[in-house]
Design a protein around this ligand. Structure first.
Ligand code: TRP
Ligand code: ZN
Length: 531
C-alpha cells in the first residue's frame, strides 16, 4: 500500500519521541443546505419528471429531483450523496478467500430529506451490481465511476423512509477516491513464502480514512451520515484449502451476536452495533485472529484481537509495551466525560502498516504502531474526538487529529507528576523548526485534501489547543472541552461549533485567535505560559 508523506513518521516515531522529550441540536449542515444546486441539470429532470413539467401547482412538494452525487464535501465532492440519511446498513456477504471475491447484498434503510426522483449510492466500480430493489420493487440503476444512480419506480417524497437492497459481487480493492491522501479499502495479505503451507498470515482486513467502506459495500460514504450497522459475514471453511482452520475468525466493530456453522462448512458471523457510526470507522478482519478479554473497566468491556502466528512477544501481556488502558480511560473520562461507547479494544494486524486507525470501539493497529504507547492513547482519544463527535466535512480534520494529538500530551501530564506539558509543547515547536518549517506550510483549519493528515494538522492542531489553554486559563479551557463533548457528542461538528463553545464558556471573543492559529499560513508564536 502507499503511505502518506507524513503520517508514517508521525505515528511511527515522532509522536513517541516528542512525548519522551517532554518528559519531564444537530449542527450538521444537511445536504439540502450545502447542496443548493442539484447534481443533475434541472432541465434533464424536467424532461424525466412529468410532475415537474406541470406549471402548477408550483409548490416545492410536487417537484422531485435527482439526489446529488456528493453530500457537498469541499475536499471530496463525490463522497456521500444528497437527499437522504441512512439509518441502518444490513450487510449480508460471503467471502471466498480462494478467489478473493465477495458476494451478497447490502440493504440500506434510509429516510429522504428531499423529494427524490433518483438517488446515488457510493460503491467502487469493481464491485458488480446485479440488481437493486427499492421498497421491494426492482429499480433501474446506472453506474458512473464509484456512483450507483438508482431510479425507483415511484418517486420518494421528502421525509419518507425507504429500503434499498443491492445485490453485488466482485473483488474488493482500494476505495476509488480522487485526491485521497492514502489508500483505504479492502486489503488481502498473500503469503510471502511458498513454504507457508498453513498460510497463517493470509488474512483480509479493511480500513481507510477518509474512505474504505465503498470498497466493499454500497454506502453513503461520508462522516456526516452516521448509521447503525448489522454485518453478516459468511466464509466457507473448505478443508481442501489453506484457510481451512477452524480457528480462523471474522472480527468487526460492535458485538458478535451470533456465530453459526452450517453443515456445508459455511460459518456465519453476525455483528451488530449499538451506536451509529460514520462509515470510515468500520474495520473488519478475517484470518487467524485470537481474542483476549481484559477485565471490564467499570461499564466498559475490553476485548482485543490479534493475528497469529504468535507475534514476537505476547501482545496480550499489556504491561510489556507500557500502555495501561485503565489509566487512559480514567484520565480521559476525567477530562472529557464518560467513555461514549460500552466496549473497546484493539485489532492488531501482523504487519508493519506504519499506522493505526481509530475504528469505532475497535481500533486497528499495524504491529509496529501497536508497540507505541502514544498511539494507543491517540486512538482512544479519537473515540471522543472523531467518533462520538464526528466531522461535518473533511476540511475540519484538525477537530479529530489536533484533539487526539493534544490528548496524548494531556495524558502524560495527568499520569506523570514530573511531566512539564509547557516544556513539551515548546519542544514540538522547536522540533518542527528543524523540519523545514512544516507547520508554516499547511493551515490546520483548511489543509486541503492531500495534506489532510499532514504534521500541521496533528501538531499545529495540538499547539492551537495548547495556545488556547494558555490564553484562557486551565479552568475555562477544560470546562470548554467538557462542554464541547457534552453539547456535540453524537453530532457532526464544524470548527465554529467549537469556537462558539469556547467563546460561550470564556466570555471572550476568540475569532482573531483561531483565525491566526488555524487559517494563517504562518504559525503564530506560542504565548508565554504563566505557570
Ligand atoms: N486517523 C488516523 C490516526 O490519526 C490516521 C489515518 C489517517 C489513517 N488516514 C488513515 C490510518 C488511513 C489508516 C489509514 O490515528
Ligand atoms: Zn489520529
Amino acid at each position: 500500500m502507499s503511505t502518506g508523506k507524513y503520517l508514517t513518521p508521525i505515528v511511527g516515531g515522532l509522536l513517541s519521541s516528542l512525548l519522551v522529550l517532554g518528559c519531564g441540536e444537530e449542527t450538521r449542515t444537511s445536504p439540502d443546505e450545502t447542496q443548493t444546486t442539484p447534481y443533475s441539470p434541472p432541465s434533464e429532470q424536467l424532461e424525466e419528471d412529468p410532475a415537474a413539467l406541470t406549471p402548477e401547482p408550483t409548490d416545492a412538494s410536487s417537484i422531485f429531483l435527482a439526489g446529488s452525487k456528493g453530500v457537498g464535501d469541499p475536499y471530496f465532492p463525490n463522497l456521500g450523496n444528497g437527499g437522504y440519511d441512512v439509518t441502518r446498513y444490513l450487510i449480508q456477504v460471503t467471502w471466498t478467500p480462494s478467489s478473493l471475491t465477495l458476494r451478497g447484498s447490502t440493504t440500506i434503510e434510509a429516510e429522504t430529506t428531499d423529494n427524490l426522483s433518483s438517488f446515488n449510492v457510493d460503491l467502487n466500480p469493481n464491485m458488480h451490481v446485479s440488481s437493486v430493489t427499492v421498497n421491494g420493487d426492482a429499480a433501474d440503476f446506472t453506474r458512473e465511476s464509484s456512483e450507483i444512480i438508482v431510479k425507483p419506480v415511484s418517486n420518494l417524497p421528502a421525509g419518507s423512509e425507504f429500503q434499498a437492497r443491492f445485490t453485488y459481487n466482485g473483488e474488493p480493492g482500494m476505495s476509488l477516491l480522487e485526491n485521497a491522501p492514502f489508500d483505504g479499502g479492502w486489503f488481502n495479505q498473500l503469503s510471502d513464502t511458498a513454504e507457508d503451507f498453513s498460510c497463517s498470515s493470509c488474512g483480509t482486513y479493511v480500513y481507510g480514512e477518509p474512505s474504505s467502506s465503498m470498497a466493499w459495500h454500497p454506502v453513503n460514504d461520508h462522516p456526516s451520515d452516521r448509521a447503525q450497522f448489522r454485518i453478516e459475514m459468511s466464509v466457507k471453511m473448505d478443508p481442501s484449502q489453506l484457510w481451512n482452520n477452524p480457528d480462523w475468525e471474522f472480527v468487526t466493530n460492535g458485538f458478535l451476536i451470533d456465530k453459526r456453522k452450517a453443515e456445508n462448512g459455511m460459518t456465519t458471523w453476525i455483528y451488530e452495533t449499538k451506536y451509529p457510526r460514520a462509515p470510515y470507522l468500520t474495520t473488519l478482519a478475517f484470518g487467524s485472529f485470537v481474542e483476549f478479554e481484559e477485565a471490564n473497566l467499570g461499564d466498559v468491556q475490553l476485548r482485543h484481537w490479534a493475528q497469529s502466528p504468535p507475534l514476537p512477544v505476547d501482545i496480550f501481556e499489556v504491561d510489556f509495551f507500557g500502555f495501561d488502558y485503565r489509566s487512559m480511560f480514567e484520565v480521559f473520562t476525567d477530562l472529557f466525560g464518560p467513555y461514549p461507547f460500552d466496549t473497546y479494544g484493539y485489532l492488531v494486524i501482523n504487519e508493519d502498516l506504519g499506522l493505526a486507525l481509530e475504528t469505532q470501539t475497535l481500533s486497528i493497529f499495524g504491529y509496529d504502531a501497536f508497540q507505541q504507547p502514544g498511539v494507543h492513547v491517540h486512538e482512544l482519544a479519537h473515540q471522543w474526538f472523531g467518533n462520538h463527535i464526528t466531522l461535518d466535512n473533511w476540511s475540519e480534520i484538525w477537530l479529530n487529529e489536533g484533539f487526539a494529538t493534544y490528548s496524548q500530551f494531556l495524558y502524560e501530564e495527568a499520569v506523570n507528576p514530573d511531566y512539564d506539558i509547557y516544556y513539551a509543547m515548546r519542544n514540538v515547536v522547536s522540533a518542527f523548526e528543524d523540519e523545514e518549517q512544516l507547520l508554516n506550510k499547511v493551515p490546520p483549519g483548511d489543509p486541503g485534501p492531500e495534506d489532510l493528515f499532514s504534521a500541521s494538522v496533528y501538531f499545529r492542531g495540538a499547539l492551537t489547543l495548547h495556545a488556547l489553554r494558555i490564553e484562557i486559563g486551565d479552568e475555562v479551557f477544560f470546562a470548554s472541552l467538557r462542554k464541547y463533548v457534552e453539547d456535540f457528542g453524537g453530532k457532526n461538528v464544524t470548527t465554529s461549533d467549537f469556537i462558539e463553545t469556547v467563546e460561550g464558556v470564556s466570555g471572550e471573543d476568540l475569532e482573531d485567535f483561531f483565525n491566526r492559529w488555524l487559517y494563517d499560513l504562518e504559525m503564530p508564536t506560542l504565548p508565554l505560559a504563566s505557570n
